[in-house]
Design a protein around this ligand. Structure first.
Ligand code: GDR
Length: 323
């Protein structure tokens, strides 16, 4: 991966993780970065001119069954970060099939295209803490049995298992990053952290009066997305294909996140946050908290940004942007 001529394909380059991985690769200046987008015009503004001008872009839809058969001979990637997906867990509960098709089946077509056309290409899949679902074992490391409890978790379990199966049967370099939640100012506004930081900023600026959330007692292991992007790069650059949990090892509740975010703007969150049953999920992982010991010892990876620093950076970004 250090050879100047290598080409890295990133699907979902305008999403949070795609953006950070592409930015880090471009900054290192060691490879050509190609980003897969659905709609160049729209995604160009999401990515921003600075990064957009330093990457090559190809267009395509994951629902197109021939997408990867067409792309691989055209792009000739040495490595693929497959980050494009429908990634909202709540939405997958409301309407499961799009998530099964895009998040579950499209990566299997990618595996098959790589196997038949470009078997030397390295592939990284972002698996999710949702694959552990209702396990009673805590914290979760790579040895914990899978027990998904949402359609999104089932789709991710399919891809995680397929990666291991294709690796075993065909000797391919396919790795899984088992990602616990990771956040940043580039997080989508319908995920709980960004929804909270944006609302706190809007309330502080007098642009919004209340914030409606679902379960305030839910706990998550929240890390800093740029650190996780670095971890994914370390996994794909490792000597051998393997699976690694990327997590902080510490969990916080939604309630605690609200207190930290509103507190940064000197606001009392309890005056503004209301519960709306429409956002309460019928089913949640029991106690998602990851054990990143293996990534730490084998790769030397860790989440370097604290919970407080993460919340502060997200709130500050939203507050300043609104000004
Ligand atoms: P999650 O992230 O489902 O863990 O998946 P999300 O931010 O959506 O939810 C986290 C927790 O907050 C609770 N919650 C709410 N969530 C949303 N979205 N909106 C609300 O108003 C709200 N109120 C409370 C949720 O119930 C949940 O308990 C993320 C995604 O990035 C996945 O793609 C990824 O695989 C996992 O993290 C690891």
């Amino acid at each position: 991966m250090s050879d100047k001529k290598k080409t890295v394909l990133i699907t979902g380059i305008s999403g949070q993780d795609g953006y950070y991985i592409a930015s880090q690769l471009v900054a290192a200046g060691e490879c050509r970065v190609v980003g897969l987008v659905m709609n160049s015009e729209l995604e160009r503004s999401l990515v921003g001119e600075e990064l957009w001008s330093q990457i090559d872009v190809v267009e395509g839809e994951l629902s197109d069954s021939e997408l990867f058969n067409r792309l691989l001979p055209e792009v000739k990637p040495d490595a693929i970060f497959h980050l494009a997906a429908l990634s909202h867990v709540g939405q997958s509960i409301k309407d499961p099939m799009p998530t099964m098709q895009i998040t579950g089946f499209a990566p299997i077509r990618l595996l098959e295209a790589v196997r038949t056309q470009s078997p030397q290409t390295r592939v990284l899949f972002p698996a999710s803490a949702e694959i552990f679902g209702r396990t009673q074992i805590s914290p979760q490391d790579e040895s914990v049995p899978l027990n998904p409890c949402t359609p999104y978790g089932v789709a991710k379990t399919l891809v995680y298992s397929a990666a291991r199966c294709w690796r075993l049967n065909y000797g391919m370099f396919v790795s899984n990053a088992i990602l616990f939640n990771h956040e940043s100012p580039r997080r989508g506004e319908n995920f709980v952290t960004r929804k909270i930081t944006l609302a706190a900023a809007r309330i502080a600026r007098g642009m919004q009066k209340e914030l409606f959330l679902g379960n305030l007692d839910s706990r998550r292991d929240w890390g800093w997305a740029p650190d996780y992007a670095e971890g994914m790069r370390m996994i794909i650059e490792h000597d051998t294909p393997d699976d690694f949990v990327l997590a902080t090892g510490i969990s916080h509740s939604v309630r605690e996140f609200c207190a930290a975010a509103f507190g940064y703007l000197d606001l009392d969150w309890e005056k503004y946050v209301r519960v709306d049953p429409a956002f309460v999920r019928p089913n949640e992982p029991v106690q998602p908290v990851g054990n990143p010991a293996r990534a730490r010892s084998v790769l030397g990876w860790s989440n370097k940004t604290s919970f407080e620093q993460m919340v502060e950076q997200m709130v500050r970004f939203d507050y300043e942007r609104l000004g």
